[in-house]
Design a protein around this ligand. Structure first.
Ligand code: KIV
Length: 278
């Protein structure tokens, strides 16, 4: 039986019931179809696509048009999975109007079930405005890749009491602004545990230990499809890169040896007059 798409109310209920849930990235139709067949409840069409599938060195160059292109493909492939559409850098910080306009595009043109954006207290008013416009918002605190240069690199966040206090305040202000959940990235386990206890909305951890209400991973990291670097918090559940390279090389070998295509991969010509064509 196909799974049934979850909704934001059920996700909050799952937190209350202590039932963990899962979110994985997908950026295209075939991957979305695979995730849709699995028990994973949420897909994030993350701006990490800038690095994993578009080859940028970070997420900053990703545009609204690129996000919409990928969100639409994922939505077509995963009708039974809740789809989170990431708002790219520069698409929500100018004004509430700009944020509402772009969040609306992600829902209306992209077909996503909610939007996600990065930041804590500094984006609370923007989150509130998007929520007031009727769009569910997932927050994202801790290591926020879009502002990584401000953070001084890809580093664990909340490592001292002051930093940890800021993260707790960030999570609380997102909750107050109406966000229905929050991603917590690269944060020590005791701090993500505190955050999870102090807010009523579900926390989705990536590099934030076991105490969050849900876990997130990037598909290309967990499947061994992105070899540029692998963060410490990633567990590889499959190593597909060598499998794919081997398959490609076997094909090359068989074509060179005249072993592919075989008759079963070819079409016959049954009509008369083949000899006259020579
Ligand atoms: O863009 C993304 O994939 C993300 C995850 C790292 C949470 O924001």
């Amino acid at each position: 039986m196909p799974k049934k798409k979850v909704n934001v109310i059920q996700l909050k209920e799952m937190k209350q019931a202590g039932q963990k849930f899962h979110m994985v990235t997908a950026y295209d139709y075939p991957t979305a179809m695979l995730v849709d067949k699995s028990e994973v409840e949420l897909i994030l069409v993350g701006d990490s696509l800038g690095m994993t599938v578009l080859g940028y060195s970070n997420t900053v160059p990703v545009t609204m048009e690129e996000m919409l292109h990928h969100i639409k493909a994922v939505v077509r492939g995963a009708p039974n999975t809740f789809i989170v559409g990431d708002m790219p850098f520069g698409s929500y910080n100018e004004s509430k109007e700009q944020a509402i306009r772009n969040a609306t595009r992600i829902m209306k043109e992209g077909g996503a079930d909610c939007v996600k954006l990065e930041g804590g207290q500094e984006v609370a008013e923007i989150v509130q405005a998007i929520v007031k416009a009727g769009i569910p918002v997932m927050g994202h605190i801790g290591l926020t890749p879009q502002t990584v240069s401000q953070l001084g690199g890809f580093k664990v966040q909340g490592k001292d009491a002051e930093g940890a206090r800021k993260l707790i305040d960030d999570a609380k202000s997102l909750e107050q602004a109406g966000a229905f959940s929050v991603v917590v990235e690269c944060v020590p386990t005791p701090i993500s545990k505190l955050i999870t206890e102090k807010v009523s909305i579900p926390t989705l951890g990536i590099g934030a230990g076991i105490e969050c209400d849900a876990q997130v991973l990037v598909f290309h990291d967990m499947m061994g499809l992105f070899e540029r670097f692998t963060p410490k918090f990633v567990k590889q559940y499959a190593n597909l890169s060598p499998v794919i390279v081997d398959a490609l090389n076997t094909w090359v070998k068989e074509v060179r040896a005249g072993e592919f295509p075989e008759e079963k991969h070819s079409f016959t010509f049954k009509a008369e007059g083949l000899d006259r064509l020579y």
